[in-house]
Design a protein. Structure first.
Length: 77
């Protein structure tokens, strides 16, 4: 038995390193999901912290552009 690390993408298991199985080999996959990372704790709200960030995000800024959709496709691949 050989362990092969792989990533599951678009319905296919893609090995993360080369394997030397004959083309068309049938394999048995036993998946072990890595543990989920713990969420980062939020900083304490001491009256400034998040309130200050929300205040900045709530401000309107004028860019001078009257039609921002006009250049939408400029940065598309």
């Amino acid at each position: 038995m050989k362990a092969v690390h792989a990533i599951y993408e678009h319905g296919v298991f893609r090995p993360t390193e080369p394997v030397d199985f004959p083309e068309g080999s049938r394999v048995l996959v036993e998946a072990e999901l890595p543990p989920s990372p713990l969420p980062l704790p939020l900083p304490p709200n001491d009256g400034e912290g998040l309130d200050e960030i929300y205040a900045i995000l709530s401000r309107r800024y004028r860019s001078g552009a009257t039609d921002t959709a006009e250049r939408h496709n400029e940065h598309q691949p």
